[in-house]
Design a protein around this ligand. Structure first.
Ligand SMILES: Nc1ncnc2c1ncn2[C@@H]1O[C@H](COP(=O)(O)OP(=O)(O)O)[C@@H](O)[C@H]1O
Ligand SMILES: [Mg+2]
Length: 285
């Protein structure tokens, strides 16, 4: 199903955070959004998920006008596009398994949700999602006791439990060391490739976007200033996106550093399609 943003704008007071962005994203694409801090990347993602409403313009998914959804329709949409955050947003005192099961909440009746009763099928699905991310051994630990990399993998498992049509990730690896960054990006790529789920991810390093995303959207001052495949991301395009510092220092080293080296990649243990548990984890309810 085609996803379409038409002239989407968001103002905060006088400040235009996202300025008339138009994008068409076919189902199954892996899109990296890059740009300096303050360029409007998070606001753009949050509007897609409707955590923030556009000031003007519209967002469409197939025949549905996402930007006009209310009530149950809006809740269904927020279930359909799972969000991954830089700071994981887990409930630290709850165990990992329960955190993952919370991804099912929007699939359930209110009574079952209040009582925190999960079915056997849901528990199996949650364990399968944890196995896929290689953290099933931590299932009964409080989420807050895990390392950042492990917590982000739990957050991805929770996202899978939503059976999402789209995964939105806001700088998912910005707080992680290179090895965990790689594990998390590999997991997102795997979800994109195996289930054909659209992934839109904000990234703070250029090379990660180049390595993982078939399409890169570059933002500057709320506008899209580049939209194309990584091989079209020339030095001029990079300059248009990042510009140079007021003091002329140019692009921050961290933006272009090789934080993830795909070549030395150890594949995710669960990346092999063993037993098809991954498919179970995102099977339509
Ligand atoms: N809730 C808000 N209230 C006021 N200004 C905001 C709010 N959210 C974002 N902004 C402003 O909008 C601009 C874009 O922010 P953001 O989308 O977070 O950029 P990025 O994710 O690219 O760093 C920034 O100038 C930021 O200060
Ligand atoms: Mg941001």
């Amino acid at each position: 199903m085609r996803f379409h943003l038409k002239n989407v704008t968001r103002q905060f007071g006088q400040h235009v955070a996202v300025d008339s962005v138009t994008l068409e994203i076919p189902a199954g694409q892996m899109v990296g959004v890059i740009g300096r801090s303050g360029a409007g990347k998070s606001t753009l993602l949050r509007m897609i998920n409707r955590l923030v409403d556009p000031s003007s313009g519209s967002i469409h998914f197939g025949d549905t006008e996402v930007s006009a959804l209310r009530g149950q329709g809006l809740r269904n949409w927020q279930r359909d596009c799972a969000m991954i955050f830089q700071q994981f947003n887990l409930v630290p005192r709850l165990d990992v398994l329960t955190n993952v099961l919370l991804g099912r909440l929007n699939h359930r009746s209110t009574a079952l949700s209040i009582l925190n009763i999960f079915t056997r099928e849901e528990r199996i699905m949650a364990i399968a999602a944890l196995e896929r991310l290689g953290i099933e051994q931590a299932a009964l630990q409080p989420a807050g006791t895990l390392s950042g990399g492990q917590q982000q993998r739990v957050a991805i498992a929770r996202a899978l439990m939503q059976s999402p049509k789209m995964v939105l990730a806001d700088e998912p690896i910005a707080s992680l060391d290179p090895l965990n960054a790689k594990i998390v990006m590999d997991a997102l790529k795997d979800i994109n490739e195996r289930e054909g789920i659209t992934v839109i991810t904000n990234l703070h390093t250029l090379d990660t976007a180049r390595n993982y995303c078939e399409r890169i959207v570059g933002m500057a001052r709320g506008r899209v200033v580049f939209d194309g495949p990584p091989n079209e991301l020339t030095a001029e395009a990079v300059h248009a996106i990042y510009g140079s510092d007021r003091d002329g220092a140019g692009i921050d080293e961290s933006m272009t550093s090789t934080s993830i080296n795909i070549a030395s990649a150890k594949p995710l243990a669960s990346a092999t399609p063993s037993a098809g548990v991954g498919t179970l984890a995102v099977a339509e309810a």
